[in-house]
Design a protein around this ligand. Sequence first.
Ligand code: B1M
Length: 211
Amino acid sequence: MDLKEIADNLIKGKAPEVKELVQKAIDEGEDVEKVLNEGLVAGMSVVGAKFKANEFYVPEVLIAARAMKAGMGILRPILAEKNIKGIGTIVLGTVRGDLHDIGKNLVAMMLEGAGFEIIDLGVDVSPEKFIETAKEKKADLVGLSALLTTTMPSMKDVVKAVGDSGLKDKVKVMIGGAPLTQSYADEIGADGYAPDAASAVDEVKQLLGAG
Ligand code: B1M
């Protein structure tokens, strides 16, 4: 079957169609990685590009992400069974004291769409929790989101905790969120910064030398 059909439906945010087509592709014996890459990831890449170019706005991205989730629901168990590792493992969360998660969820979706394994710790995450999970899951990168100027300093605590726990050479730290800037990332010693969800994918790929 033409896997572009999956991508096209994903771009339009048609979750039931995406789910059905992914199932059909698997039933027809299509390679699971091919379905992931040429169907779901290809579609999500277009969504990311359109979001970057201001052709898509947050609602369209969320609807497309929901369609991707529907397709991933079928692929994930097969991938896990075949033990196909993603191109990197990312621990993601909104920092301590901060409850905003809409942007962080978008970043998670885009990164998952790009083939990364995402461990989403949710909101109000302490530096200790980031470190503990990064160690346990052997993460390649910790992604921090903040929407409040009052919670930005918590990112500095996480960067310090990464250094103190001996993970500095193993785990990169990327930050993002409306009040953040590259210069703040430089100031606190974070490895990377991304202004939006589509750029987050590019930045992570660059930081991890993936793709
Ligand atoms: Co709040 N809030 N809020 N809020 N809220 C803001 C952020 C605010 C700017 C509104 C304002 O005053 N104009 C202001 C912050 C001011 C400041 O710090 N300078 C504010 C405030 C003050 C507060 C409260 C303190 C209000 C109060 O109770 N008095 C309170 C704090 C609660 C807390 O966190 N402890 C609060 C609460 C809330 C709600 C719960 C009601 C709700 C959050 C719901 C939720 O997230 N589940 C909420 C919302 C919705 C907003 C606004 C309106 C929208 C935020 C949003 O979702 N944007 C916001 C005002 C605004 O931005 N217009 C506001 C859409 C989202 C897609 O964008 O999150 O920027 P964004 O994510 C982008 C990029 O930033 C980037 O990619 C995303 C997609 O492109 N990005 C990353 C984000 N994380 C990234 C991580 C990366 C890379 C990129 O790498 C890891």
